[in-house]
Design a protein around this ligand. Structure first.
Ligand SMILES: NCCCNCCCCCC(=O)CS
Ligand SMILES: [Zn+2]
Length: 667
């Protein structure tokens, strides 16, 4: 299934007609440079074009009042003086004779995207729209927004597509207060937003943008605010919030649709955000959401005012929606202290609503840390101090152009015993030439008992050849059915050319000593018992009391422990090993297979014992890029498991700072 791109240049045909410094950044070029970048990169050509349409009154009234709509309807006929007068009643926004038309197209584009995704015409997609929407409210325009595109889309999806649970992820750098107000008491819409806040000193300066606004009545717990109390937040800060706040709750919520208020003023270079996160981070944020809701993800443009990082970030997002492998995560440090305080605050205020957070540390009195995380400049110079919107220093902020993310010609190759049929869409791997006598001798000597027949030699040789082609980026990923997964893992880690190999060892069974001792491997072992006492920085045993059949425990361990470790380790190859007798449920196994593809530029090799042919088809379909089926809402993880995750996190977070969920001096 494809990726929709909804765009029409009609939405570029309004602009600011008078002097207003606050509104200056919201220019038509924002849409033009974004769309042109998609066209020039060839990404637009890979998408399914979906036409825009005007929203109907009825659709607008899903969120807005009649009197507000009647007022906006008059603006096309207003002269400059009346437009300015009409604008005066609202804040940080401007009107134009054509903005009503464009605002209806922005909603219509968003609804067209929702239709295309919810009816299965496409898997996911992006709507490139302006004016943005997330600040507008029932009866008022605000913050460049006229109608609330994403809020209307959520109501529309519930009404016309019987969506039961809608997740809205607002990664724009501003708080989408309009969306928060709309769903304040609605448990069917989980609204998540991070936003520059600086202890309420940043626009829109709302007390209710802080982390303790959790929703009200039946909606309590379904509003998650993560305030950024300093500028200069970077890739590690954003990922920490995804791993430790958003994703655990999103999986527990189990949405059947994900809407992204995709504002890119949270990217480096943006004059509003003053953050440091680079455009490639949006590839990872998008990827981490794509296994929710069966992959039904709609990204809708909100803000973004640095035309360079905006265009780059839009491309990173669309390229990931299309299924291209995310780039290697840039050298991730740990989240800064202020970010950790925000993570801790959000987790502790939500622990009573979400069982995955039940062991989040207790809230502590708020003395905000004064240590600045890092200057907002890449070059280490003291970043522009945010004196409440005063003039930021003028020197240019620069960042590296996002790396090329070319997808190998072969997506998924399978190494199977001849008797096992190949899954459709995949290629049965057979290297040009078989093992020469040297390779054969080597394999026999180290890995096979003399008695083994030639079949296994060929099989083992094939998987080393497959890994070789993956590491040369000729093949993206693969699956192998092998006689002995332990031996295969030992062989592959010893022959891999990658500097770092992440081994995800799932099931009850010892990890071969040779793999543990190999200094270029990180082994994360998920099982019912911690078999090895030898726990080192590079051997992480995650125990589940009920074993790998415990879907909730495994999922929460993957989100809060495995993924942070994997992203911090930044491997060149991922081996996902399913041990014999492993009882991980199929849909959980697919979530693991899907999520891990965000690492190592998608070079994932799944190793399964050859008698377990049942999971070949579905695992292959996931490796081919089909989204893993939704797990639905998750029950509570076992308290003893959550306890042991917390203990493990406390023990490892010094070595792996992306595991942290609380600021150092608050522990
Ligand atoms: N009044 C003090 C100036 C602060 N700037 C506020 C501008 C609104 C930004 C809205 C936006 O970017 C939507 S995504
Ligand atoms: Zn914004």
């Amino acid at each position: 299934m494809g990726t929709a791109l909804v765009y029409d240049d009609e939405m570029t045909k309004y602009k600011l007609l008078w002097v207003d410094p606050v509104c200056e950044p919201e220019v038509p070029e924002r849409l033009q440079v974004s769309h042109q970048a998609l066209v020039r990169s060839g990404l637009a050509g890979c998408c399914v074009p979906v036409p825009v349409r005007e929203a109907t009154d009825e659709e607008i009234l899903l969120v807005h009042s009649e009197e507000y709509l009647e007022g906006v309807k008059k603006t096309p006929f207003m002269d400059l003086e009346d437009l300015m007068a009409f604008t005066q009643q609202y804040g940080d926004v401007y009107f134009h004779p054509n903005i009503y038309h464009c605002a209806k197209l922005a909603i219509g584009a968003t609804l067209q995207l929702v239709d295309s995704v919810m009816t299965g015409k496409v898997r996911n997609g992006m709507a490139l729209v302006r004016p943005p929407g997330h600040h507008s409210q029932t009866s008022q325009a605000n913050g460049f927004c006229v109608f609330n595109n994403v809020a209307i889309a959520a109501q529309y999806a519930k009404k016309h597509h019987r969506a039961k649970r809608v997740l809205i992820v607002d990664w724009d750098i501003h708080h989408g207060q309009g969306i928060q107000y709309c769903f304040e008491d609605d448990p069917s819409v989980l609204y998540f937003s991070w936003h520059r806040y600086e202890h309420q000193s940043f626009w829109p300066n709302l007390r209710e943008s802080d982390f303790d606004s959790v929703g009200s009545g039946k909606g309590a717990g379904f509003n998650i605010n993560v305030p950024w109390n300093q500028v200069g937040m970077g890739n590690s800060d954003y990922l920490a919030v995804f791993f430790h706040v958003l994703l655990p709750v999103a999986y527990e919520f189990g949405p059947d649709l994900v809407l992204i208020s995709a504002g890119f003023d949270s990217a480096i270079g943006d004059p509003e955000g003053l953050m440091c996160a680079t455009p490639d981070i949006f590839a990872h944020l998008t990827h981490l959401l794509m296994n929710l809701a069966g992959g039904k993800v709609c990204a809708v443009l909100e803000g973004g005012y640095n035309l360079t990082s905006l265009a780059q970030s839009v491309c990173q997002t669309v390229q990931t929606l299309l299924g291209d492998p995310p780039p290697h995560p840039a050298n991730l440090g740990g989240p800064c202290e202020s970010a950790l305080e925000s993570v801790h605050s959000a987790r502790s205020v939500h622990k009573k609503y979400w069982s995955c957070l039940q062991h989040a540390a207790a809230p502590f009195p708020e003395e905000p840390s004064t240590k600045t995380c890092r200057p907002a400049q890449q070059d280490g110079s003291q970043g522009p101090q945010s004196n409440g919107g005063g003039e930021a220093q003028k020197e240019a902020i620069v960042w590296p152009e996002p790396l090329q993310r070319d997808a190998p010609s072969v997506r998924t190759a399978l190494v199977l015993p001849d008797a096992v049929a190949c899954a459709d869409g995949c290629e049965r791997f057979s290297p040009a030439e078989g093992p020469d006598s040297m390779a054969t001798a080597g394999l026999r000597k180290h890995f096979l008992k003399e008695s083994e027949d030639g079949v296994n030699v060929k099989l083992l040789y094939n998987i080393t050849a497959l890994v070789g082609q993956m590491e040369k980026n000729e093949i993206r990923n693969g699956l192998a059915l092998v006689p002995d997964v332990s031996m295969a893992t030992t062989l592959l880690t010893s022959t891999s050319l990658s500097k770092r190999v992440l081994v995800v060892w799932v099931g009850d069974g010892l990890v071969p000593a040779q793999v543990l001792e190999d200094e270029k491997t990180l082994v994360v072992h998920i099982s019912s018992t911690a078999p090895h006492e030898a726990q080192s920085k590079y051997y992480v045993p995650i125990t589940l009391k009920q074993g790998c059949g415990d879907t909730v425990g495994l999922m929460q361990a993957a989100l809060g422990l495995l993924l942070p470790l994997g992203y911090q380790y930044a491997p060149g190859l991922v081996l996902l090993v399913r041990l014999p007798g492993c009882r991980a449920r199929e849909d959980l196994w697919l979530q693991l297979t899907g999520l891990l593809q965000g690492l190592a530029a998608g070079h994932t090799l799944v190793l399964v014992q050859e008698n377990e042919t049942a999971s070949v088809g579905i695992t292959a379909s996931c490796l081919l890029g089909n989204a893993a089926p939704s797990l639905g809402s998750l029950a509570a993880p076992g308290p003893e498991d959550v306890e042991s995750f917390e203990r493990l996190r406390l023990r490892l977070q010094t070595d792996w700072p992306l595991l942290q969920t609380t600021a150092p001096d608050k522990r």
